[in-house]
Design a protein around this ligand. Sequence first.
Ligand code: PLP
Length: 451
Amino acid sequence: MNDANFLKANNARSLWHPMTAPSDSLHNAPTIITGAHGTRIRDVDGHEVVDGVGGLWNVNLGYSCQPVKDAIAAQLDALPYYSIFRGTSNDKVIELAEELRDFFAPDGLTRAFFTSGGGDSVETALRLARQYHKIRGEAGRVKYLSLKKGYHGTHIGGASVNGNANFRTMYEPLLPGCYHIPAPYTYRNPFNETDPARLAQLCLQALEDEIAFQGAGTIAAFIMEPILGAGGVIPPHASFMPGVEAICRKNGILLIADEVITAFGRTGAWTGSRLWGVKPDFSCTAKAITNGYFPFGAVMIAEGVAEVFEKDETGRAAIGHGYTYSGHPVGAAAALACLAETRRLNIVENAAARGAQIFAGVQKLMARHAVIGDVRGGHGLMTALELVADRASKKPADKALPAKVQEVAYKAGAMVRVSGPNIILSPPLVVTEADVEVILSALEAGFGALA
Ligand SMILES: Cc1ncc(COP(=O)(O)O)c(C=O)c1O
């Protein structure tokens, strides 16, 4: 059954892949990964490369994190599942909530609501934000604001606040009451502004303008990623998220930080909110919370929001939301082990150092290859290269080009990710200096092949 030819021939016969057309999968065989260790993955043909993608921004501790594997195995023996819906709980999830409270204390987040992944976390935060206002007697606050280019998963709520038409158009009509403002994306923006600080101010003005237009009293929450990830790694100017926070506070709007990628060290800070000195009302987490070894997530909730729910005497604070796998004990055990390992390794230090190395490396690549129109990063291990047909017009490159770079880079020793015109690098946070050199030289080979 596991013969390589059988796998290649049958990959798309009985399965549909996320994020591509079924016909694409039928005509273009994917790379079939069958093994991994450390920061490396191995395919069905035995070819081994450095994983410049880190799974999907989630395998922060690499593929050989024994304490997490041991915790999962032990938990499967002790208690493989029990629900935490009203009336029951489990030991691991209680322990995890305490650990997360400690971890997120500097962000002012003190309660956890558990989920099965990032999209679930976003959905949870969006729903609890509306409920918060209803409990307080402001039932008219139902709308959501978000950034163009933002990515918040593909549930209907998440897709409605998403800022990329690829995840919206074929699924419309989406949720009513969702409005988008321009992202602080210096390379392309409607203001034609290249200065990051000035662009941040213009986007903040657009936010204020939209709030005035909608009426502050109709808006429940603003959701944003501290650094936009899937939209092509867009780090806002340092003034932007604090500016959003101030505008939200002034207008009674809750701030949801979507930290599905940025929590637990990826930006070189422990959380994206902490990187910018912001205290959100909700923080959506998933991915690295279990290092990708178990589907799991948590929405962290600010003390002030928690108090409104906990002190309610009207009955409106009953939470009519949750998942069968909320607080799954195996996920909780995995998360506990991940947190301990993340702290033991002080993973933020390596993320920052290796992130600086990658960013310097891609800047050098840009100096040599005109097809690279922009490089973005500089905050830990989130880096993107945007490919253009020519630098003057900034016309996006033909999609065959990033695909070719990826193919050649893979042969040369590194897996990189293509997302639209971007090549995205998000390796495990445990990558070594030598691993980063492999990624950079593989990319050099990839771009060299375009010439
Ligand atoms: C910022 C952000 N939010 C939400 C999600 C959705 O997470 P999931 O794919 O686990 O549902 C993602 C996934 O990449 C993400 O990057």
